[in-house]
Write a protein of this length. Structure first.
Length: 397
């Protein structure tokens, strides 16, 4: 009886563990999302496309623009407007001179609002111009429902993003040279022309969550506690980089802790349930197609690009690929010509469609081309110069 009880208990524990592994995240955040950084695929979401205030997670975009400027060694002269920015701030003074690269450290480590304004004014004529540029740059990256009205993230009418857009921006940011080094700096010291500064990274997620490598905290009265997190781990031997976004995880001390709890819940779900699967191999054989008006009977075609996706167990069983190709193709055909398409389905939804391309040439060979070859050879022999004789298209039929 003891053995039966023990076996039953072990089975129940195993079932419980599997159930927990597959359970969807439960978070307090009003809006949230989890994406795979490699493919950009959304793995889970909650109101992920709803426009929301995003507080200092705004500074991710501010940092992108500053990094892409390449002007790190330039000396920034602090304006009165920058010096008067509300807390959180590094307490810059009007007329103080500090390097742009150092302001970026203050921006991301301690979320200094005066640093954000100083950066914006230095790179553009005004904060408004800088924000307009940030908005346009975000759209280019793929964040279509984001509007920046402040460089710091302080509340202002129509200053908003969505959990999904912030994930898209962060996915891009992780590939910008210097961004990960910036967000992973634990502490730093630097000097302006007036004083010395010392900063410590306020993102405690970096040392609390295994594999964490970013990104940015945020809080305002309107936005509540927000956090964009990122972590990289090995999953079945492959690096998996995930990005989580939580907006409005709460207010006060509860919200301050809840944003990290929500982020752990979301990232844990991703790492526990998703594995990369190769669906299609780039340049892999996909089939062949009969060719008419040619001595070549058929031409092979391949997948123009590969498809590799993070999938959970249930999704893996629903994957299918549907090819759309004509019954035959008329010559001439050139290597690389589009022959059709392949659609990858996850369940009933099309995830992506890629092109099928020819692997070789197929020259045209029919009565029209035969007569043209004879005529070209004859004329070339008479004129002793290369010529191209083309018969009317009417003859083609």
């Amino acid at each position: 009886m003891k053995k039966v009880y023990l076996i039953t208990s072990l089975l129940l524990c195993l079932f419980s563990a599997l159930t927990v592994k597959a359970a969807k995240p439960e978070v307090d955040a009003y809006g949230a999302v989890l994406i795979d950084a490699d493919t950009g695929r959304v793995l889970w979401g909650k109101k992920e496309h709803e426009p929301l205030a995003m507080a200092s997670t705004t500074k991710i975009m501010t940092a992108i623009v500053a990094l892409e400027s390449g002007r790190f060694d330039e000396e920034v002269t602090v304006s009165r407007k920058a010096a008067s920015a509300p807390k959180v701030k590094m307490n810059l003074s009007t007329g103080e001179k500090v390097k742009l690269g150092d302001l970026m450290l203050a921006l991301m480590l301690e979320s200094s609002n005066d640093a954000a304004v100083a950066i914006a004014e230095h790179l553009h004529e005004s904060v408004a111009d800088f924000c307009a540029f940030m908005t346009e740059r975000a759209r280019e990256i793929g964040a279509k429902d984001t509007v920046f009205k402040t460089a710091s993230g302080l509340d202002l009418d129509d200053h908003h993003s969505t959990p999904y857009d912030l994930a898209v921006i962060t996915r891009y940011a992780l590939g910008v040279p210097g961004f990960i080094d910036l967000t992973n700096t634990h502490s730093t010291r630097f000097s302006s022309d007036k004083r010395e500064y010392s900063f410590t990274n306020r993102n405690r997620f970096l040392h609390e969550y295994p594999g964490a490598n970013g990104v940015k905290t945020g809080y305002t009265n309107k936005a509540g506690h927000c956090f964009v997190g990122a972590a990289k781990r090995k999953v079945e031997g492959e690096d998996m980089q995930l990005i989580s976004v939580v907006l409005a995880s709460g207010w006060g001390n509860k919200g301050r802790n809840q944003k990290y709890k929500d982020s752990r819940e979301i990232l844990d779900y991703g790492f526990a349930n998703y594995v990369y699967e190769v669906i299609l191999t780039s340049q892999g054989d996909a089939g062949d197609i009969p060719v008419t008006r040619s001595r070549t009977d058929s031409v092979g075609y391949i997948y123009e690009s590969g498809v590799r996706l993070p999938l959970n167990k249930e999704e893996k069983e629903t994957i299918r690929v549907e090819l759309c190709v004509p019954a035959n193709k008329k010559a001439p055909i050139k290597q690389g010509d589009t022959m059709g398409s392949a659609s990858v389905y996850i369940g009933d939804d099309v995830y992506t469609t890629i092109q099928l391309v020819a692997t070789e040439d197929a020259a045209r060979h029919d009565l029209k081309t035969s007569i043209e070859k004879v005529l070209n050879a004859f004329v070339e022999q008479i004129t002793n110069a290369p010529v191209t004789v083309t018969l009317p298209e009417l003859f083609d039929e």
